[in-house]
Design a protein around this ligand. Structure first.
Ligand code: PGA
Length: 273
């Protein structure tokens, strides 16, 4: 039986790429899978292209690498201009979705100026609808630098995760949830959390889940770390007891770095059986 905490590495390509560059990246990733199939069997690899590139990636990528959307609409298809529903993603064969990335959340979405994008309620609706359609969800949380300095990192994660916890109604749905702890100050900065600092938050989230949900959910749910993960720092981070994978931005745009992060997960990650 597959371990409930199989190491899981996602590549968030964000708003990057062209048809040509994405096709090339997929070809290079496929070559990396062929060169090291065992690593891609022991670690679950996922890539999240822009919506427009999802069909190209789905058609081309080795099936050992799964495809995720970077976001989705909070409900069904209909008169919602510009939105993409879970129903449409499922129709394309997309199993995974990332929800609540800090670049989309209200208050921390500096890339979008003053626009408040993702409220906790919207995150909750999105998780709820995605789960109801059978999708697997990577739900992001993480504190800003200001909040880290105020030593409230775990409290911020709990506040962000609480509406999500209320949207999950069964043990089966919990199996389709992955939490990504992504401190905002570490995203795209080249400064990752240390293994010790990340571990404190991961363990904090887990013990909170044990209290609020159940011991079983807490010990089975996978918690990824994200924020400037690179081929250099991933070996150390992968060894932390409560880190079950990574959500990688910048380094996932290069097949070689992404593949070496997968290999580090295969070698150093905790893959309990
Ligand atoms: P980064 O991004 O690896 O470029 O820091 C991580 C993320 O935003 O998921």
């Amino acid at each position: 039986m597959e371990s409930p905490r199989k190491f899981i590495v996602g590549g968030n390509w964000k708003c990057n790429g062209t048809v040509a560059s994405v096709s090339k990246l997929v070809d290079e990733l496929n070559a990396a899978v062929e060169a090291n199939p065992e690593d891609f069997k022991s670690v679950q690899a996922i890539v999240a292209p822009s919506f427009v590139h999802i069909p190209i990636v789905m058609q081309r990528i080795n099936p050992l690498i799964k495809v995720a959307a970077q976001d989705l609409h909070f409900g069904h298809c209909g008169a919602y201009t510009g939105e993409v529903s879970a129903d449409q993603l499922k129709d394309l064969g997309v199993e995974w979705v990332i929800i609540g990335h800090s670049e989309r959340r209200a208050g921390t979405a500096s890339n979008y100026g003053v626009m408040a994008f993702e409220s906790p309620e919207r995150v909750q609706w999105k998780v709820s609808y995605a789960l109801s359609r059978g999708m697997k969800v990577i739900i992001c949380c993480g504190e800003t630098l200001h909040e880290r300095k105020a030593e409230v990192s775990i409290d911020i994660c709990k506040t962000q995760l609480w509406p999500v916890v209320r949207a999950i109604h069964s043990a089966e749905e919990w199996k389709r949830i992955v939490i990504a702890y992504e401190p905002v100050w570490a995203i795209g900065t080249g400064v990752s959390a240390s293994k010790a600092d990340a571990e404190v938050v991961h363990a904090g989230i887990r013990s909170w889940l044990a209290k609020e949900v159940s011991k079983e959910v807490a010990s089975n749910v996978r918690i990824q770390y994200g924020g400037s993960v690179s081929p250099k720092n991933c070996m150390d981070l992968a060894q932390a007891t409560d880190i079950d994978g990574f959500l990688v931005g910048g380094a996932s745009l290069f097949a070689e770095s992404f593949a070496s992060i997968i290999s580090a997960g295969a070698k150093f990650g905790r893959n309990e059986s």
